[in-house]
Write a protein that binds this ligand. Structure first.
Ligand SMILES: [Zn+2]
Length: 300
């Protein structure tokens, strides 16, 4: 699954009308100045508290639920689905996007994507899907989001763009059952990739995940940073996939840099620079973690 380009997300935010999404749910909208007012579908709304601003194509609820955002946020709330899933429905122009059918909105995943790892996928696709799974797990983990916030990383656009994730031992639940041939095969492939250890445990368990992506969104390397500091002495706080390091984090930002590149020792620090507005930033894989990719003049 390739990364969704930023301009595509912007396009959907601009082109998919929030007012139309509301009307598809039979919400009666009345004009009030620059805004449209109606009953909020996401809480039991007796007085119209939904405000849509067509000029900006944004919405928010002044009532109990206090929700709001873009057309993508609407589709996420209306279906109880992830950002990526909402984008996929909108891109596919799916009638499901409006969340009509009068279904109650559940914040938990009421519509599930299929198992993230499929036996038919090649190793690259498998790794991409694991990272996508970790990304969704992060968005649903107040603990992991809290850790990022503590390190100053709060920008959701950045979290989406760099596909940050969280490994919390739940990947196994999304694999086909162990006794099935397909399940066993995927497990052994995930072990070869370094996502699972020989014991079957997740290599990055308890870590914030920062993948190194190539320009089309394929995962080349994975970095994990443990979020708890009360672990057994000697537990490494920084983890990578066991195979040779590949790729350059934020390759696009580095390529556009004007001669000067900020180099961090760990990817989590580089993300913090990204949050602070620096695009010309990357990281080595630890102090002695330079790779041929970092020196390749064709890449940077
Ligand atoms: Zn509401």
């Amino acid at each position: 699954m390739a990364r969704i380009p930023e301009h595509e997300i912007e396009r959907l935010k601009n082109e998919v009308s929030v007012a139309t999404l509301a009307e598809q749910r039979s919400i009666v909208l009345k004009r009030q100045g620059d805004n449209l007012i109606g009953c909020c579908p996401f809480h039991d709304d007796k007085t119209p508290s939904l405000v849509i601003t067509p000029d900006k194509n944004l919405w928010h609820c002044l009532g109990a639920c206090q929700m709001g955002g873009s057309s993508i946020d609407w589709v996420m709330k209306a279906n109880g689905i992830s950002f990526r899933h909402a984008v996929e429905l909108l891109r596919a122009d799916s009638p499901l996007a409006a969340g009509v059918e009068g279904v109650r909105v559940k914040i938990s995943r009421s519509v599930k994507l299929p198992s993230p790892v499929l036996p038919t996928d090649d190793d690259q696709e498998l790794l991409n899907q694991v990272i996508e799974f970790y990304h969704q797990a992060l968005l649903e983990s107040p603990e992991a989001l809290g850790y990022l916030a503590k390190r100053g990383i709060t920008d959701h656009e950045l979290i989406h763009r760099f596909k940050l994730g969280f490994s919390n031992r739940t990947l196994g639940y999304r694999l086909p059952a162990k006794n099935l041939k397909a399940g066993a095969e995927i497990k052994s492939r995930l072990q070869n990739l370094g996502i699972l250890r020989e014991s079957g445990h997740e290599h990055f368990n308890g870590s914030i995940i920062i993948p190194v992506l190539d320009p089309v969104g394929n995962v080349l390397e994975v970095y994990g940073r443990k979020i708890r500091d009360d672990l057994r002495t000697g537990t490494p706080m920084h983890l990578y996939l066991p195979n040779a390091h590949r790729g350059i984090w934020n390759e696009a930002g580095v390529a556009e840099a004007n001669g000067e590149v900020i180099l961090c020792e760990a990817l989590i620090d580089a993300v913090t620079f990204g949050q602070a507005g620096y695009h010309n930033v990357t990281a080595s894989y630890g102090v002695s973690g330079f790779t041929p990719d970092h020196f390749d003049p064709c890449r940077v």
